[in-house]
Design a binder for this molecule. Structure first.
Ligand code: PMV
Length: 332
């Protein structure tokens, strides 16, 4: 029998807890170098493959929780209508942990990711919410449990509990409690990531629906797990040896292989816009002319560029649309 989210969570919460007073927490956004694509368990967001990401330092989400007269959710200072997706998701998640059912809550979420960067914020959002819940009710849960619980909100949120390079182990336990992320404790001072915005329009098919469709309909998906396993090992080795070419090549190859499985779904799932493809060609041209630069993309039209500090001025020159705040050096 499949376990529900509530059953798994209840099993790991301390029995004695009190109503909370105030809590505030921050969690970074993350960009996957080896992507998570496909679930083996939809209820618990358990992945088919392990993944590896890099957190974006101080770019992410800050969330606070405090008692209120009635439940209310704010996003960047604006009250969110109860029936709309954002408020519903936040309230549903917090209800999994709510101790005192008579205590209504006000939840405030602030994203400091450049709004024009078109970066999805569900990873940092659920991670910050989980950290704030842990403080609010004084659960004192260990980081691995916090990561596993954040995963229940959104898979990639498991990785946003930590800074730096983060590996999310796929795990094999039925309750998913061995499917959590851990930081690699490695450093890469010169590594830069640029968020190249192509479109901020919301996409028709979100990653949850996209994954399901790919797993169900793309024969090509059968090769994904094997590729992701090999890529993860190569990326870890590249990090260990600070081999940028190997890191960039593998991350780009991994992202494009993931997109190939999306395109091979039915109905086809193509997140790219003509402008995305044009930008990809610009990256490849720049690389051919000798600048070590690579790209990665998630379930959307935007690109993330990977390069080292010594290439920064060349990259800025060739991508003049990048604002200074779009370029992040997570370890600097
Ligand atoms: O956590 P979700 O359901 O938003 O899925 C994230 C999927 C990708 O961004 C495409 C890949 C990843 O590993 O972040």
């Amino acid at each position: 029998m499949q376990l529900t989210k509530q059953q798994v969570i209840n099993h790991h919460l301390p029995s004695k807890t009190s109503a909370g007073t105030y809590a505030k927490a921050f969690a970074p956004s993350n960009i996957a170098l080896c992507k998570y694509w496909g679930k083996r368990n939809v209820e618990l967001n358990l992945p088919i493959n392990s993944s590896l990401s890099i957190s974006l330092a101080n770019l992410g989400t800050t969330t606070s929780i405090q008692p209120a007269e009635y439940d209310q959710v704010f996003l960047n200072g604006e009250r969110q209508p109860e029936q709309q997706a954002f408020a519903t998701k936040v309230i549903e998640f917090i209800n999994l942990f709510r101790r005192d059912l008579n205590q209504a809550l006000r939840i405030d979420t602030h994203n400091n990711i450049p709004t024009a960067a078109g970066l999805a914020s569900s990873a940092s959002g659920f991670a910050a919410l989980m950290l704030a819940i842990n403080d609010f009710y004084q659960f004192k849960l260990p980081p691995t449990t916090l990561s596993a619980f954040a995963r229940i909100g959104s898979g990639s949120a498991a990785r946003s509990i930590f800074q730096g390079f983060v590996e999310w182990h796929q795990g094999s336990a039925q309750d998913g409690m061995d499917s959590y992320a851990e930081p690699l404790n490695s450093n890469w001072k010169k590594l830069n990531i640029a968020l190249l915005k192509i479109s901020t329009a919301s996409k028709k098919t979100n990653s949850r629906q996209g994954m399901q469709r790919t797993v169900k309909t793309a024969t090509l998906y059968q090769s994904w797990q094997q590729q992701a396993t090999a890529d993860l090992a190569t990326i870890k080795s590249a990090i260990k040896h600070q081999d940028f070419e190997q890191l960039g090549q593998t991350a780009e190859h991994n992202a494009l292989a993931m997109h190939a499985t999306m395109i091979a779904s039915w109905p086809p799932l193509l997140y790219w816009l003509p402008e995305s493809v044009a930008a990809m060609h610009r990256v490849w041209q720049l690389r051919e002319s000798g600048t070590p630069i690579y790209l990665t993309m998630d379930a959307g039209a935007n690109l993330k560029l990977l390069f080292e500090s010594q290439s920064k001025s060349t990259v800025k020159h060739h991508f003049p649309e990048l604002n200074p705040t779009d370029i992040i050096a997570p370890f600097a």
